[in-house]
Design a protein around this ligand. Structure first.
Ligand code: FEO
Ligand code: CA
Ligand code: CA
Ligand code: CA
Length: 741
């Protein structure tokens, strides 16, 4: 394709277009635009000039109550569209979905399974177009018990599973303020699967430890696996993250002792492999998944993959400079100096939080950023008990990662990033899931989904949290409730090597009390009464907030409101079934919004509760904040049956023949009265066409200023301006505009 590069709007024009308030800027800029270097002007002063009928930061929807019903529940005035589901034709000319006659050839042209990270990329990258764009979808994993009537790991079934992994690019459109649909004939529509050729780039590419019989170059890989979260770059590409890749490889106990196997065995200390048969048994069909035959294939997964969705012919690239571990996501932002910064959690108990900073600055020319992610520094976070922290470089040659250590070179450090991070003294976390950067304040929000037997420290202050309403002794209790850590980088610069941090959210039932083991040195910002009151909503009055547990994915709107989706809430929060109050019901997974600054900081309101047996993944806003895309993953699978308050719930796994949800099903399967529920991407929107967070009718929020509430003065107007330029889309500095089509 020909991606045309256009000069960007001037700095002033960008601010004017995005915020529409030249007068307001006078508070920050001197006459003629000269920066008032000594000012410490918070944006609150600016907001006060606007005639906003609602307090800055107030979410103007009514929180929906917790629900255990098998439906998508939204506040009054909201609706949702099912945009694209598993099996829907993607590539022009793809066959219609036929669940009882699936083939790999058909599946690789149809939408994959178990949607996760979503991203909306406007037609014309960098524009505000919020009615026409490309939707990227991660397909995290396959579930053979839901996809097939009888899974035998036959070659035909394995081929379907390989093709149902990866990602989808599909063009989506909205007619005025009406529903979203996808365009089945679009030339952008594309599937990427576990078989798509991709290139390894960066410091580990070509390394002998990654060379296989099929690929003696050590640079050419087939496919990506377990793509969970992701992120965007300012030049309009997707970063999609390989998470639990270990589950696809079998026979880890039989890795040969030869020079191919010896190093792979060494890496198992940090990423253990399945010793016997893998759950899907792909290794019986394709030897590259058999560790006894092709051990090095294991090292070619666990990376961040960059995809250009605007170019359907582009080859995805695995960027090894960002390290190899179970990447949940890769949240992108820009440093004060114009470098690209990507944050990533490693989702396993007692694993770490990383960030990558490029060596070079971002260019306004898209092509000039083609190799930007191949050189830079990977850091890992240490959270100190006094509320400060440091980013420690995973750089070979810098102590303690020197030749006398257990590491031999930089490739070794990147392949075994977990072990290097541990040697550096990084802080073990309670399963780090998604991380996102607040586009207004540039603070970083890192989500921990729950502490199942992990370390307790200041940044992870609760041990195995008791679940709420879940009877003692339940097999599903004790996974923890989850929490959110807020990181403020030194000088407001995302490339800084030090930071301050505090707890933003300790999930659970509001005002939940109990005795859980807590760290004896909680950060100063955390309530000292945490042992008595084990939940925390950024200090907000807990009588007014929504319950939430097991937070997982994160998305911001352009005003700095954060939305979290959850994974596993039914196992952590329960209450009386409204339909049968003598019984308990586990509360379904949800989507919850929070203002992050100002008087409403911490006032969490549930926006959506989801269907039975699913998790909610991949929330993502359009540039106008009026649509929130979100995925419904594995509907009807994880069921918890509560027969009485006294009886511990039993986990019940939905199956093809007996799914646990009747939502978004296929036509009824022959011989039964039910179909199979399908994972899907939804578009949530207001019926009145207004913004998700601030969309009350006629609120007058046509300018972009009112939501910018920075209660804490930012040190220096330069930092304020840096923050204003830090938005997703054009607001990511520098403001590239890349035309497509
Ligand atoms: Fe795939 Fe960590 O969730
Ligand atoms: Ca509390
Ligand atoms: Ca996740
Ligand atoms: Ca998860």
């Amino acid at each position: 394709m020909s991606a045309e590069i256009h000069d960007t709007a001037s700095f002033d024009e960008v601010l004017e277009q995005r915020f529409g308030r030249r007068t307001a800027l006078k508070a920050v800029l001197g006459v003629g635009g000269a920066v008032v270097a000594t000012a410490t002007v918070g944006v609150d002063a600016v907001v006060a000039q606007d005639n906003n009928p609602y307090a800055p930061g107030e979410l103007t929807y009514d929180a929906v109550p917790q629900s255990g019903t098998d439906s998508i529940v939204l506040p009054a005035g909201f609706t949702h569209d099912v945009v694209i589901s598993w099996g829907d034709p993607v590539v022009p000319g793809a066959p219609a979905f036929d669940i009882q006659n699936q083939t790999g050839v058909a599946q690789e042209q149809q939408c994959g399974f178990n949607h996760d990270y979503l991203a909306f990329l406007p037609k014309k990258w960098g524009s505000d177009n919020s009615k026409s764009g490309l939707l990227w979808i991660n397909h995290e994993y396959t579930d053979s018990t839901m996809m097939f009537e009888n899974y035998t790991s036959s070659k035909g079934q394995v081929d379907v599973e390989l093709a149902a992994h990866g990602g989808t690019v599909v063009e989506v459109v909205r007619d005025d303020d009406g529903p979203w649909t996808y365009v089945p004939t679009s030339r952008y529509n594309r599937r990427i699967t576990a078989n798509t050729p991709m290139t390894l780039t960066g410091p580990v590419a070509g390394d002998s430890r990654l060379q296989t019989t099929a690929d003696p170059t050590g640079r050419e890989v087939l496919g990506m696996l377990n793509n969970c979260g992701g992120g965007l770059t300012p030049w309009g590409t997707i970063l999609t993250c390989e998470e639990n890749f270990d589950q696809y490889f079998g026979r880890g106990a039989s890795i040969p002792a030869d020079d191919r196997g010896a190093y792979v065995k060494k890496t198992l200390a940090s990423v253990a492999a399945t010793t016997g048969a893998s759950s899907r048994r792909w290794e019986n069909v394709y030897p590259r998944f058999d560790l006894s035959l092709n051990p090095r294939e294991y090292l070619r997964f666990g990376w961040v993959v960059e995809v250009d969705p605007y170019d359907p012919t582009s080859k995805p690239k695995k960027r090894t400079a960002l390290g190899r571990f179970k990447h949940e996501a890769a949240a992108g932002t820009t440093s004060t100096g114009g470098k690209f910064v990507s944050y990533s959690g490693d989702d396993q108990v007692n694993q770490f939080i990383y960030k990558f900073v490029t060596s070079a600055t971002i260019s306004r020319k898209k092509g000039a950023n083609a190799d930007l992610l191949d050189s830079g520094t990977l850091y890992v976070a240490r959270f100190d008990a006094d509320g400060t922290g440091a980013w420690l470089p995973l750089t070979f040659g810098t102590a303690p990662l020197v030749a006398s250590s257990a590491f031999t070179d930089q490739a070794d450090v990147l392949i075994r990033a977990r072990e290097a991070a541990q040697l550096l003294g990084a802080t073990p976390m309670s399963r780090p899931e998604d991380i996102e950067v607040n586009p207004v304040t540039k603070k970083v929000y890192a989500v921990m989904t729950g502490n199942s037997g992990g370390s307790v420290n200041a940044a992870n202050p609760r041990a195995n949290s008791t679940s709420v309403g879940v009877p003692a002794g339940s097999s599903i209790a004790g996974q923890g409730l989850g929490h959110v850590v807020e990181i403020t980088e030194a000088n407001g610069d995302n490339a800084s090597l030090t930071f301050a941090w505090e707890i933003f959210l300790l999930c659970g039932q509001p005002n939940q009390t109990g005795s859980v083991a807590v760290d004896s040195s909680p950060a100063a910002t955390l309530s000292t009464t945490v042992a008595d009151n084990i939940t925390y909503w950024a200090g907000y009055d807990e009588s007014e907030v929504s319950p939430v547990a097991r937070v997982d994915n994160v998305s911001f709107d352009s005003r700095g409101n954060v939305f979290f989706s959850t994974d596993g809430q039914p196992s952590a929060l329960a209450g009386p079934d409204p339909a049968a109050p003598t019984k308990l019901v586990g509360w379904n997974d949800c989507l919850i919004g929070f203002p992050t600054e100002g008087a409403e900081r911490g006032h969490g309101k549930t926006l959506m509760t989801a269907v039975d047996g699913c998790e909610v993944t991949g929330p993502f806003f359009t540039p106008d904040d009026k649509t929130l895309f979100v995925s419904i993953q594995h509907p009807g699978v994880d069921q918890f049956v509560w027969t009485s308050p006294a009886k511990a719930p039993a986990a019940q796994i939905g199956t093809f023949a007996a799914p646990g949800s009747t939502w978004n099903t296929t036509p009824a399967i022959a011989g039964t009265t039910t179909g199979v529920p399908r994972p899907a991407a939804l578009a949530i929107r207001r019926l009145n066409g207004k913004e998700i967070a601030y969309g009350k009718p006629d609120h007058g929020l046509e300018s972009e200023s009112e939501g910018l509430s920075l209660s804490n003065p930012v040190a220096g107007s330069l930092a304020v301006l840096g923050g204003l330029l830090a938005f997703r889309y054009r607001r990511m500095q520098p403001a590239s505009e890349i035309e497509v089509g």
